[in-house]
Write a protein of this length. Structure first.
Length: 253
């Protein structure tokens, strides 16, 4: 096909372009173009190494408390909500919270989730807090890694004010697979009777029937599936909240 294209092109140029001369080595010229086309058409993905990335909730370092927070927006019911939970370096539940917000976009729901969670942590006297959110946009907004057009949202200002208090706070992004407990609590907010924040001393009893939780060493692949061959998997426990092997609360996603 390349040879035919060259012959047709050279013929036209010899007719319409004065002084045009065909290549001295037409065969080599044709092979050169054919090889370039072949190189462009090769699937470069075949040369790339494919690695499975395991994603799961990780315990905070010793002496720190981890806050996982999330927001949820449901167009079907016209509402948004948020939720989150505090856990220690053993993965033990400290406090949880849910709040039905009303009508707002998903990003503002994420803001509410982070603000309420940090405010709850401060009220508990926590001085070393690791905040995880699956909203990288929110993390970048709060840490000023991105420039905002117009005025800074009020909730972002409130979060920054909390960061300025006398405590140590780390902000980091996590994937949705590592934030499932917070996601569940954000969606749980739709079932609440009021728009007040509901602080949960223990995991919601309804979660025993509606979902399952996995011990903290269980890992998720990036497509959301568990890998039975993962080295760090401990066990999977359905329909209850206590890990029978490590005897800890298994609200670990």
């Amino acid at each position: 096909m390349v040879a035919c294209w060259h012959l047709w092109t050279w013929r036209n140029k010899s007719i319409f372009e004065e002084g045009f001369q065909r290549p001295h080595e037409p065969t080599f010229a044709t092979l050169k173009v054919a090889k370039e086309i072949e190189g462009c058409s090769q699937d470069t993905r075949s040369n790339q190494k494919s690695d499975t990335i395991y994603i799961g909730w990780k315990i905070p370092q010793e002496g720190w408390i981890k806050l996982n927070c999330d927001g949820s927006q449901n167009d079907r019911v016209g509402l948004a909500g948020c939720g989150g939970l505090l856990r220690d370096s053993n993965g033990k539940w400290i406090k949880g919270y849910s709040r039905k917000i009303g009508s707002c976009d998903a990003l503002h729901a994420e803001m509410w989730g982070m603000y309420l969670g940090m405010n709850l942590a401060w009220s508990q006297g926590i001085i070393h807090l690791h905040v995880e959110s699956d909203s990288k946009v929110l993390i970048d907004m709060v840490t000023e890694r991105i420039k905002l057009n117009g005025s800074t949202p009020t909730l972002v200002v409130h979060i920054r004010n909390l960061l300025a208090l006398s405590w140590q706070v780390i902000l980091s992004h996590t994937w949705r697979e590592g934030n499932r407990s917070a996601d569940w609590l954000a969606n749980f907010s739709y079932s609440l009777d009021s728009f007040d924040i509901h602080v949960l001393e223990t995991p919601p009893s309804t979660s025993r029937k509606n979902t399952f939780y996995i011990c903290r060493k269980t890992l998720f692949t990036s497509d959301g599936k568990t890998d039975a061959n993962a080295r760090d998997i401990v066990s999977i426990h359905f329909l209850h909240l206590t890990c029978v092997r490590c005897k800890n609360n298994a609200f670990y996603l």
